[in-house]
Design a protein around this ligand. Structure first.
Ligand SMILES: *Cc1c(COP(=O)(O)O)cnc(C)c1O
Length: 243
């Protein structure tokens, strides 16, 4: 991904903001219900700082090492910024991730929960996690069914200093989003996440140990559909950082 200048990043954010507001109006939703996250994988720290200056408070990274190196000290400058891990997390990176990130959105297996649990004890604030659900056929990451999701939910709720905050998914990717069939599949993916959220809420009502409020869904090419379907966090990379 090429780093572009400040004017473009700021202008890109303004354009997306306009689209988000339009989508909110037509979906009858409030803009404040939705967080715009900047997905800053492969973006140098200077680009991230510029996006933060333009009002982005959440950043998503997909590689632990890259994030920890380029964002070392970043929080001192931008104390209100939250850093989320959104990419597939290998077990041998869990130790750094558990200390460095505010939230790990890509929790997709029980083994990973157990590994993270080993390293969260000294955190000031609990490590937030989202459980990732696989909702598209080609997708490789995420819990594959509701049963597995329930087991993970039970586990994260019972670990000191880990706090579930919701669910995440990636819809299948289509180049051509004007095709009604693509839209249908993407929509179905988001609906599965909403359904899982409702079921989880029944089994494990939100409380002090955690909740299922966050629905992290919607990327550059499908975020308007995600807003219609109830997203509370959009993960936008290319539309912000690419020309
Ligand atoms: C890269 C990435 C995004 C952002 O994708 P864009 O299409 O560039 O907006 C969102 N979520 C995850 C998990 C990603 O890996």
């Amino acid at each position: 991904m090429h780093y572009i200048n400040k004017v473009s990043i700021t202008a890109n954010i303004a354009k997306i903001e306009e689209r988000i507001q339009k989508a909110c109006v037509s979906a009858g939703r409030k803009r404040e219900e939705i967080i715009l996250m900047g997905v800053s994988k492969f973006v140098p720290a200077a680009g991230i700082e510029e996006a933060a200056g333009a009002g982005i408070c959440y950043f998503g990274e997909s590689r632990v090492q890259e994030a920890a190196e380029k964002l070392d000290g970043f929080k001192d400058k931008f104390s209100n910024v939250k850093l989320h891990m959104i990419g597939s997390l290998q077990r041998n990176k869990a130790k750094i991730a558990a200390v460095f990130f505010d939230n790990i959105q890509s929790v997709d297996r029980l083994e990973l929960v157990a590994e993270l649990a080993k390293y969260v004890q000294n955190r000031e604030k609990p490590l937030e996690v989202l459980l990732e659900l696989r909702t598209g056929e080609e997708s490789k990451s995420g819990f594959t069914d509701f049963n597995a999701l329930c087991k993970a939910a039970e586990k994260v709720l019972n670990i000191q200093n880990i706090k579930p905050a919701g669910l995440m998914t990636m819809a299948p990717f289509f180049n051509d989003m004007s095709n009604p069939d693509s839209i249908k599949l993407v929509r179905s993916s988001f609906r599965q996440l909403v359904k899982a959220q409702k079921e989880l809420e029944k089994h494990f009502p939100s409380g002090e140990n955690g909740n299922w409020h966050c629905l992290s869904m919607g990327m550059s090419n499908d975020f308007e559909i995600a807003i219609e379907e109830g997203s509370t966090m959009l993960r936008i990379g290319s539309l912000i950082f690419k020309d």
